[in-house]
Design a protein around this ligand. Structure first.
Ligand SMILES: [Zn+2]
Length: 153
């Protein structure tokens, strides 16, 4: 029997911090710790590894937005330095903390939808077997060397 799931969009799964497959189970078991599997549909979250992507995107976006607003506020209102420090530092920290969970859940949902994973490479063979072998002596036009190019034996 096959189960069908009403999969949410990656954006909805991210904003609600839910399973990207069914949209019901919680993605996180802690603040940023990803649960081992979905409590509703059983989907394993072992594939989920956004690494430092969420931190990078959140720090960059919050930094740009808060710094822009800060610069505008400082020019327009000329607030005292203590007020700038008292408002801007909590805004930076609070903005990052507020955005980390949904951005991480969104990136995990994107990984799920696009089946992202580690690159897997297939070998073309050992050195000297098949493929392209570049012979410098032939390319330079030099006489064939009495020394064999390959050991056969
Ligand atoms: Zn699920």
């Amino acid at each position: 029997m096959t189960q069908s799931f009403n999969a949410p969009s990656t954006l909805r799964a991210g904003l609600t911090c839910r399973c990207p497959r069914c949209g019901q189970g919680k993605l996180f078991s802690g603040f940023l710790r990803i649960a081992p599997a979905c409590e509703a549909c059983g989907q394993s979250f072992a594939f989920a590894d956004p690494a430092d992507g969420p931190a990078f995107f959140v720090m960059t976006a919050v930094g740009v937005v808060v710094t822009g607003l800060w610069a505008w506020w400082a020019v327009v209102a000329k607030p005292p330095v203590w007020a700038q420090i008292a408002l801007v530092i909590p805004a930076m920290i609070g903005g990052c903390l507020a955005c980390l969970r949904p951005v991480k859940a969104w990136l995990v949902a994107e990984q799920f939808v696009h089946k992202a994973g580690e690159g897997e490479w297939t070998s073309l063979g050992k050195h000297g077997e098949g493929g392209f072998v570049f012979d410098r002596r032939k390319a330079s036009g030099a006489e064939a060397s009495p020394i064999p190019l390959r050991c056969t034996g």
